[in-house]
Design a protein around this ligand. Structure first.
Ligand code: GDP
Length: 368
């Protein structure tokens, strides 16, 4: 008789006992336990250590494609500090006809001065530009629980008795969100793996809801254009804000440059002396220099003074790509996907923003 398939309670991968290098590996002894956890999740949980698992983008896409074939509410989670980086390109096609509730996570990191409604509006407008018309846009902090009651009410309302699929790119806080829902609904703790490391939730995990329907955790798609994928796990801790961001103000003259570690750069080209307000992780060092010295400094100090990337990664770090902007409207944010943004208070500035190839940088109306 065929044995019933067992899934890891951490990541949802199908448990196998043959190949330690493949997803879902667990030693035979682990199978005797009532709740089986794969070795990868075990290590992650107990030693905070990631193991790479060869799950191809194709596998992820296949899993996501199932979304279009079901009749459900899709909850799409994005990281508000990495909106574009954490967007799944073509998501509206995956979702098919299903209604999508868009949730921006990590609200706890926003300074008080940032208007939540403006952030939600911006998300709505961005989603529309990317081809998605969500039924609603909400902000939450899955970690702190802010907005979670409202999110649960909205899910209940929009799902209309159907299953719920939670989708999102890796590292947006999808597992934290689902864990929070489960905990609020049942009192169980940390059922799904959460971590700093992108790509820890595999395959779909079904969580039964009281009425016989299910809440599904879809895998976190790895979006190779995310800033998070250009840095190692220690550096990821530096660029991921842990608590409310404290803006840092720089008074810059024309022809001055700011480096955000070695990950991004902002040249102030023209527009007279003015202030630039930086909203990035408090742990990320911002370095000011003269524009004329910037290239040289970067060439000499990447991985040293300008970290992250760390010393070991500096050699392979992709060259930064320059994007020039002329700021014509009032208060404007220069948004660096995955890092944060810089607010310019008055129009009339010419700047150049640099990010690794594929990472987005864009202007938006300030959220203050
Ligand atoms: P997943 O890959 O989308 O499942 O993301 P995880 O739930 O594993 O979370 C990724 C990272 O974001 C972890 O370091 C979490 O601690 C962090 N995180 C998740 N939710 C929040 C939140 O609401 N606020 C903050 N500040 N961090 C969060």
């Amino acid at each position: 008789m065929e044995k019933q398939a067992v899934h890891c309670i951490g990541c949802g991968a199908l448990i196998q006992t043959e190949d330690p290098d493949e997803a879902g590996y667990a030693p035979k002894s682990a199978l005797e336990k009532e709740q089986v956890i794969c070795q990868r999740c075990f290590r992650l949980k107990h030693y905070n250590e990631v193991q790479d698992v060869p799950l191809t983008d194709d596998d992820f896409l296949k899993i996501l494609n199932r979304l279009g074939q079901v009749d459900a509410l899709v909850v799409k989670i994005v990281d508000i500090f990495d909106f574009n980086g954490s967007w799944l390109p073509g998501f509206h096609r995956f979702a098919g006809k299903n209604p999508v509730l868009l949730i921006g996570n990590k609200e706890d990191l926003l300074p008080k001065s940032v208007k939540r409604a403006k952030m939600a509006n911006w998300m709505k407008q961005q989603a529309k530009e990317l081809g998605l018309r969500p039924v609603d846009v909400l902000l939450v902090s899955a970690a702190k629980g802010h907005g979670m009651d409202e999110a649960m009410v909205a899910i209940e309302q929009y799902r209309n008795g159907k299953d719920v699929y939670v989708a999102g790119c890796t590292n947006v806080g999808k597992s934290t969100f689902i864990n929070r829902i489960i905990r609020q609904a049942t009192g169980e703790k940390d059922v799904i793996t959460t971590s700093y490391f992108p790509g820890t939730t595999l395959d779909m995990i079904g969580i039964p809801l009281d009425d016989g329907t299910s809440l599904y955790d879809t895998p976190g798609i790895i979006n190779h254009h995310q800033m998070a994928h250009f840095v190692g796990k220690n550096e990821l801790k530096v660029i991921t804000p842990k608590k409310e961001i404290k803006p840092t103000v720089f008074q810059l003259n024309e022809q001055q440059t700011l480096f955000f570690g070695g990950l991004a750069r902002l040249d102030y080209i023209k527009g007279g002396r003015r202030s630039f307000v930086c909203y990035v992780s408090n742990a990320l060092k911002i370095h000011r220099t003269k524009l004329e010295n910037a290239d040289d400094l970067y060439a000499r100090q990447l991985g040293e003074l300008l970290q992250p990337p760390g010393k070991a990664e500096a050699a392979d770090f992709p060259a930064l790509v320059r994007h020039e902007f002329s700021i014509k409207e009032g208060k404007t944010d220069i948004v660096f996907s995955g890092l944060g943004w810089v607010t310019v208070n008055e129009p009339g500035a010419v700047v150049a923003a640099y990010v690794p190839k594929g990472v987005q940088v864009m202007l938006r109306q300030s959220l203050i």
